[in-house]
Structures are given as structure tokens and as C-alpha cells.
Design a protein around this ligand. Structure first.
Ligand SMILES: Cc1cc2nc3c(=O)[nH]c(=O)nc-3n(C[C@H](O)[C@H](O)[C@H](O)COP(=O)(O)OP(=O)(O)OC[C@H]3O[C@@H](n4cnc5c(N)ncnc54)[C@H](O)[C@@H]3O)c2cc1C
Ligand code: FES
Length: 258
């Protein structure tokens, strides 16, 4: 996994910032080094302009176009920081730091399963582009959906929604069971309950899985210990703590305790 992060904040030009679903925005910015160095599953720290919001907001890198130097992020408006980002227009600038964290480690196999939940969906797009073999993508949303056409260019896509507004009603795990999902490697990003259910699902079938955690973060660069998760060890306690921002956000399902 990659750990050669770029550590200086950059002021970047926003090329586009559009609402692609209710409260979900797609921002494209130009930054050559991030576009060239990003591995699927890495994230950027995005900074607010308001002085009252000094902590950066971690947002996954959805896709990159290295030749054009373009980086796309997709974010949901949940609080004041993301609200501020949603008001920015093409032609304005924003401060970002990245690429940060360790991303997914693509494994060459015949069939891969990718599972995204809500705002855990965006980082899987760059991954699905880069993975060899046949790819089965399972996306779960509360209501509606986004990025589906982009995924369809690379994979067979199945959708589940809590309210049944798109695809099958129920969880993404229900959907995987309904279609008999199969593959030799699983990659996932989404809320903790989804990742915990998937950990059980892959354990029962003895399929290796890489899970990306979206823990609440402070600094995002390993300095504040604000983002720890538990991982198994052979010690008496049976576990130790790792930092999601620096050691993750992607962890082996067999190692991480959810
Ligand atoms: C590695 C990683 C990748 C992420 N990728 C995406 C993505 O691609 N798209 C997306 O919509 N969201 C993503 N998130 C969640 C996103 O960071 C939060 O929704 C966002 O920081 C909320 O900021 P706010 O100011 O609007 O909300 P507030 O709740 O006002 O934020 C207050 C503080 O809490 C932190 N915070 C709040 N919610 C979260 C959260 N879920 N995860 C981490 N920190 C949080 C904020 O960074 C901020 O420091 C990701 C989180 C992590 C850790
Ligand atoms: S967010 Fe500060 S150490 Fe991870």
C-alpha cells in the first residue's frame, strides 16, 4: 500500500462543482500531482474558508485524470463545512492536501466484488477503473442513487435502496445474497454497520476483503489520534489501536475489529 503522501496544502482551481443528486455534489479541481499520484481509496483533506472551521474535511478521491491533471471528489452536504463547499463555483479556488492515507491494494483475480454504501461509493470508481478481470459492483443508498452510469462503464452494477426508490429494497448485503454474488476478492467502503455485516459475509465464505473506514477525523495526517480503530494482535488484550487517517483508511477485514 502507498504511503508516499504529498504533505503540503495546495490552492487549486475548481473546474466544476455540481449537484448530482439531492444534497450530493461532484467537484472537479485541477491539481497535477494529486492526479498523478493518487491510488484508489486515498483521500484529500479539504479546507474551509471560514476561520471558525479550522479542521479539514476528509473526502475520498473519486477519480483522477492524470493527463489532464484533474481530480474529482463527490461529497454529501451534512454540516457547515460541506455546505460551504457546495456554495463554491467553477473558477473559484479551494485548499486541499493529499493524496492521504493508504488506499486499496488491487488484487489480480478473475472476479472481484466491490461494495459501496452511500458516500462510501465514490472511491470505488477509480478502483473499478483500474481492476483487471470481471467486476461486480453492489451499491447501497438510503434513497435514490448517483454515479451509477459511471460505474456501468466498467462493471455489472446492482443497486439497493432502503426505501426501494431505486433497485431492490433492502440492504446491499440482502442484494448480494439475492443475486448470489461471487468473486475471489472483496473491496468495500461505507458505514460501519455495512462493513461489519460484510466482514461476516466474507468470513463465512472465506473470501479476502479490504474495507475502507470513514471514521470521524481531526487533523487527518496522524497527529491528533482522533481517528483510531481497533485491530487484532497476538498480545494479551487481543487488540491494539491504529489511526484510520494514516494506517488506513483501508484495512484487511481479518485484522480490523468493527
Ligand atoms: C477517509 C474518509 C473519506 C471520506 N470520503 C467522503 C466522501 O467521498 N464523500 C463524502 O460525502 N463524505 C466523505 N467522508 C465524510 C466527510 O469527511 C464528512 O461528511 C465531512 O467531514 C463532514 O463535514 P461537515 O463540516 O459538513 O460536517 P460537521 O458534522 O459539521 O463536521 C464537524 C467535524 O467532524 C468531522 N466529520 C463529520 N462527519 C464525519 C465523517 N463521516 N467522517 C469523518 N469526519 C467527519 C468533520 O471533518 C469536521 O471536522 C469521508 C470521511 C473519511 C474519514
Ligand atoms: S485524524 Fe488526527 S490522527 Fe487521524
Amino acid at each position: 500500500m502507498c504511503q508516499d503522501n504529498i504533505k503540503s496544502k495546495k490552492t487549486v482551481s475548481i473546474i466544476a462543482n455540481e449537484e448530482i443528486a439531492a444534497g450530493v455534489y461532484q467537484m472537479v479541481f485541477r491539481e497535477q500531482e494529486i492526479a498523478e499520484r493518487t491510488k484508489p481509496g486515498q483521500f484529500v483533506n479539504v479546507y474551509c474558508q471560514a476561520d471558525s472551521r479550522i479542521l479539514p474535511r476528509p473526502i475520498s478521491i473519486c477519480q483522477v485524470e492524470p493527463r489532464a491533471g484533474l481530480v474529482t471528489i463527490v461529497y454529501m452536504v451534512v454540516g457547515q463545512g460541506t455546505k460551504e463547499f457546495s456554495n463554491l463555483q467553477a473558477g473559484q479556488t479551494i485548499d486541499v492536501l493529499g493524496p492521504l492515507g493508504n488506499g486499496f491494494s488491487p488484487v489480480a483475480c478473475e472476479e472481484s466484488i466491490l461494495v459501496g454504501g452511500g458516500v462510501g461509493t465514490p472511491p470505488l470508481l477509480e478502483l473499478v477503473k483500474q481492476l483487471p478481470g470481471t467486476k461486480h459492483v453492489f451499491l447501497g443508498f438510503r434513497t435514490g442513487s448517483y454515479l451509477v452510469d459511471a460505474f456501468k462503464q466498467y462493471a455489472q452494477v446492482y443497486i439497493a435502496t432502503d426505501d426501494g426508490s431505486v433497485g431492490q429494497q433492502g440492504t446491499v448485503i440482502d442484494l448480494m445474497n439475492a443475486v448470489g454474488a461471487k468473486g475471489q476478492q472483496v473491496y468495500a467502503c461505507g458505514p460501519k454497520p455495512m462493513l461489519a455485516a460484510l466482514k461476516t459475509w466474507t468470513n463465512e465464505r472465506d473470501i479476502p476483503a479490504q474495507l475502507s473506514l470513514e471514521e470521524r477525523m481531526g487533523c487527518g495526517i496522524g497527529a491528533c489520534v482522533g481517528c483510531v480503530c481497533k485491530v487484532k494482535t497476538d498480545t494479551e488484550s487481543g487488540f491494539t489501536y491504529k489511526k484510520v487517517c494514516k494506517d488506513g483508511p483501508v484495512f484487511d477485514a481479518k485484522e480490523v475489529i468493527l
